[in-house]
Structures are given as structure tokens and as C-alpha cells.
Design a protein around this ligand. Sequence first.
Ligand code: SF4
Length: 451
Amino acid sequence: MPSNESQTAAREPAPTVGFVSLGCPKALVDSERIITQLRAEGYAVAPSYESADIVIVNTCGFIDSAVDESLDAIGEALRENGRVIVTGCLGARPEQILARHPTVLGVTGPHAYEDVLNAVHAHLPPQHDPFFDLLPPQGIRLTPRHYAYLKISEGCNNKCSFCIIPSMRGRLASRTIDEVLREAERLANAGVRELLVISQDTSAYGVDLKYRAADWRGKTYQTRFLDLARGLGELGIWVRLHYVYPYPHVDDVIELMADGRVLPYLDIPFQHGSPTVLKRMRRPGLTENTLARIHAWRAQCPELTIRSTFIVGFPGETESEFQELLDWLDEAQLDRVGCFQYSPVAGATANQLANHVAPAVQQERYERFMERAARISAARLQARIGGSERVLVDSIEGDVAIARSRSDAPEIDGVVRIANGAKLPVGAFAEVRITDADDYDLYATTVRAID
Ligand code: SF4
């Protein structure tokens, strides 16, 4: 067999694809899938516009500012490269893209891997070389090597009035449990220390497949939320659950958290605390006793971190409904909170609701809400000073290691700054002692590196 160098000299350079990925972690997972497939077919991924034969822009179209950002990114790719294929959420509205950028080579919609690949094949045929087809079995990831997003389903069966994702991405379509667990296992075997489970509605996982059963590692699992958590808990790595709705069956997973099988972390987008606003939002999974359930979860698993997002200034929100939200937050004592001021999304039914809230009032409520949330977060972090905790090291900045605790999802939550952590290996766990806290971050010193 000839050496690799002589093979390289003999063959044509690989066709190169540049990739611009916008939007949420779910879009990032789509990008990873597309890149994995392209690499499998012999394409190389170009690090810059100039070195790319063609550029794919994976767009977001969730809110109007994301639409603008996506249209700008397409414009930049056209200016810098000229050969552009558009995919992702905004691809569901090709007329909007073509009106502004009529020279794009193709537009494909969200979750349409085949269509994107066909568009690439049509404009940049693949090179057939078996040596380029070698691909790590875990695929190509855009996230750092030590954590990875695990997408378990596409689409959503809910009809929240402010959201157009179901009309863009379709109804819930779950991946079977064995497929998801095999992918998770491959990622763990490849060195991933933390899996972030994502979907539009993680707690509805498997409903569309009628909870179809399948075998993995000699045991039978159903395609459902609890079995997913049980299976992932077998891998011995961090498992973080995102986009969970407070359906009653979520209670069952708290036991796995208390036992240390999955991280004691729930990302539940509550969106509001007033029942009347929630009704106008048409939110799923709402029960009268959400607060009672939060208290019960914490009694069973005191380490539980609850993260959430909220919308203030939703159409018709009165001062007293907003006050209900603040009172709800005080009682729920959520650890991690993000907040958006309501902004209309083209095509959402909430646009037709009466009494839109003036921007100045939205801003004032946003500030009051964030001040309250920061106070709660600070108090909860203060309570952790003096304790020792396991963290996962993400990066080193000078003498400081930037790590995350059980309470911190990448990008969206706080971090743990380890003062003497420069020698800690990135991507490994460490035990640290918490020495200080501010509103969102913890400060620590190293106790020991772990593995
Ligand atoms: S649960 Fe609601 S907000 Fe989330 S994707 Fe479905 S419709 Fe949109």
C-alpha cells in the first residue's frame, strides 16, 4: 500500500465547504450532522471564506433579530465567497431569503439534511476517495471535545402562542431510544465528559413513537424520558437535561438525580408565573401546583439546580400579573434565570392579542425582574461558599482555570473561576473548594485534579 503522502500527491484536492452556524444549540447539532455527513463523503471543512469552494449558512429564524442576523450572515457569505447554500429555520421561508439575496445557490428548510447534501452535490460534486471517507465513529463535533449536545427529537406538538417553531420544524419526531443511547455511548467512548440533552420538548420524548421499546447493552428501554435518563445514567459521565416541561412524570427523574446518575439540573422554560398570562401563552405542562412540585423536588434532591427562561411584557401583561411573576420567583427560588422582553414574531398567534405592552414598560419590568433574579442567584451561590465541589474544566486564562459546576450549562449559566488552576487539564474533572461568589459565578481553589 502506498504511503499517505504519495496518495495525497496523487489525488485532487478535496472539495471544501465553509460553514456558518447561527442560532441555538439545536441548530448547532444540525450543523454537526451536516458536517459529519459531508466529511464522510470526502469534503473538507474550510476555516475561512477564501478557502471554501462553497459556503453553507445554517440560519435561525426564531425572533426578528435572529432573522436579521441570518440575512446579514448570508449577505456576508455572498460578498466574501459568492457561492452560498442556505439551510436551517429561516430556510422554511425561502421567499424572505430570495427577496434579499436572489443569488444564493439554494435554500433548504430546517432538519432537511438530505436536501442540504443534495444542494451541495449539485453545485460541488463529491470526490470519491476512500481515504477521505475515514471518519471518527462519533462524528464531527463543533463543541469542545469534552462536551457534546445530544439531540433526541425534532419538532414540537405544542402551540405556544409566541412561537412559530412547530410551523417551521413540524410535529414531534423522536429518535428511537437505542439510536440515541448508541450515539451517547460513542460520544462517551470518544472522551466526552458531559452530554447536554436537547430537543424542543424533552419531557415529551417518545410520545410520537408510542414509547417504542428497543434493546441497548442487553437491556430493554422504552423511547421515553425516564428510560432515556436511566440509560444515559449508565455512562458514568455528566448528563444535563434541557427543555424539560413540568409534566408529572418529570418527578420520576429526580430520584436518578438524587442518586447521582444524572446531573441534578433541570432546565425548565417556565416563561411566566401568572396563570392568566400562561394561559394566553398557551404553555404546556402547567399545573396549579408547580411551586409545590418544585419544593418536593428540592426536598428529595437538595442539590437540584433549576434553570429557566421568562418573557416579560407579554401582550396584556398587567402590573398585577407582573407582580405575580415576581412573587412566584421569590417562592420558586430558581438558581439560574434568563429573561426576554416580548417581541412579536412574524406568524405567531400572540401578535393578535390585545394590549401590547409599551417598550418602556417592558424595559422597566425586565430590569426589576433581573434585579430580583440576581438577588436570588447571589444568595443561593453564597450558600455554597466553603463547600467542595466537582467541576469540569473548560479553559485556562492566565493563572485561572474556567470551569463549570453541576449548576452551570455551557454558554448560558455562570462559571467557576479557579484561582490557582492553570495546571488543570482542560476537559477533565477537578475537585475544588468554593471560596467566594458573586451574582452568577463562583470562585474557588484547586483541591485536586481528577483523572
Ligand atoms: S414548547 Fe412552545 S415554545 Fe417550545 S418549541 Fe414548542 S411551541 Fe415553541
